[in-house]
Design a protein around this ligand. Structure first.
Ligand SMILES: *Cc1c(COP(=O)(O)O)cnc(C)c1O
Length: 365
């Protein structure tokens, strides 16, 4: 058997007619920049996430950057986040001259441990960026409560969790600002780079819209120093089609995850999804000893795997100047040595899931 990790091709073929029609319409109209599809997508994204404003942009990374710029993060400010995430989360903090301050993760969910946040707060702290890792939100109520006490802004990095729920509310609508990514392999992916920022705050929404187009207030008048961060109309057209089918895609992902759970759980600790949470299952990740060996064995059985993420951010070369050391975040360091993602996409058949699971159990036994 030869398993496809993300199966993007199957996804395209499933909605091919609708997507081709939508993309062709943009090409006919040549409204490539900020076309009506972008405006419509923003309305539908906001409705979907249950927030007042969705501002699309050129990537999840830019969504984070725009959010931090909108709340005036400046050199010397501190922003608390998790060391167990994709680099972009901390990178955008550092990019603005601010200081990423890491806090260890919870061993069950792999998201930032809210009980450890307070100890990391200083007079310079301005914001907290929890990451909804693998598709599951962090404990946002607990994080919002700490933030409120110290007048901090919470930006959810929901790049992996669009569509996930937390106590009945949707990811990206759980704090002052939410960010997501439409990178092709994310649960809601476009055909290139894309992202969005979500907020209920009218003032922040207006500022983010302006920052996205070079800080423009009206054409060629620039109120802020911004970025060129728009989403292409063609990507918006693709996303409008995919969003229409997204609930179905999500439930297919969840069904795949539950099948994995059923086969693996008798032998193995399966991903822990907290009660009152649902995951968008950007990844289905389990912990293994001797990961290199297991990955190699699975590879020779036609099963691709991946590691999200092999090196914690506090130990990355680019962050040497922050002065962290091995041992600073023991949970994150332990998990990063053991974590391994199995193929995850809406189209894995029961037969494929059974095959993968049994091979995994074989490797571990
Ligand atoms: C993918 C990802 C990003 C960056 O999104 P891009 O669209 O690739 O720029 C940021 N944070 C997390 C947690 C991600 O998984």
């Amino acid at each position: 058997m030869n398993i496809d990790f993300a199966n993007l091709q199957k996804h395209y073929l499933l909605y091919k007619e609708e997507i081709d029609t939508a993309v062709h319409a943009v090409m006919e109209k040549c409204n490539f920049i900020m076309g009506e599809e972008v405006i419509q997508l923003e309305e539908e994204l906001a409705n979907y996430a249950g927030v007042k404003h969705a501002i699309t942009c050129s990537s999840g990374t830019d969504a984070l950057q725009l959010s931090l710029m909108a709340i005036d993060i400046a050199p010397g400010d501190e922003v608390i986040t998790t060391p167990f995430t994709f680099i972009a989360t901390a990178e955008m903090i550092a990019h603005l001259g601010a200081i990423p301050v890491f806090v260890d993760i919870d061993e069950a969910t792999y998201t930032i441990d809210p009980t450890k946040i307070e100890a990391a707060i200083t007079p310079k702290t301005k914001a907290i960026i929890p990451v909804s890792l693998y598709g599951q939100c962090a404990d946002m109520d607990a994080i919002n409560a700490v933030a409120e006490k110290y007048h901090l802004i919470v930006i959810e990095d929901g790049a992996q969790s669009f569509g996930a729920t937390y106590k009945g509310k949707k990811s990206c609508g759980l704090s002052e600002i939410g960010c997501t990514s439409f990178f092709p392999a994310k649960p809601l992916g476009c055909f290139g780079d894309g992202g969005a920022v979500f907020t209920d705050n009218d003032r922040l929404a207006e500022k983010i819209r302006s920052l996205r187009v070079h800080g423009q207030s009206k054409r060629y008048h620039h109120r802020y120093i911004g970025i060129g961060g728009r989403l292409d109309t063609i990507q918006a057209a693709v996303l409008l089609v995919k969003l229409r089918h997204y609930e179905c895609d999500l439930s297919m992902r969840q069904t795949v995850a539950h099948h994995y759970d059923t086969v693996l759980s008798s032998k193995y600790p399966i991903p822990f999804i907290a009660p009152e949470y649902t995951s968008a299952y950007a990844q289905y990740s389990i912990r293994v000893q001797n990961r290199d060996v297991v990955q190699e064995k699975l590879k020779s059985a036609g099963i691709p795997t991946a590691v999200h993420y092999p090196m914690p951010l506090h130990l990355q070369e680019c962050f040497t100047y922050l002065g962290y050391r091995v041992g600073d975040f023991p949970v994150c360091e332990r998990v990063s040595k053991e974590i391994m993602s199995l193929p995850m996409n809406p189209f894995l058949s029961n037969e494929e899931i059974a095959y993968i699971s049994h091979k995994v159990i074989e490797c571990l036994g």
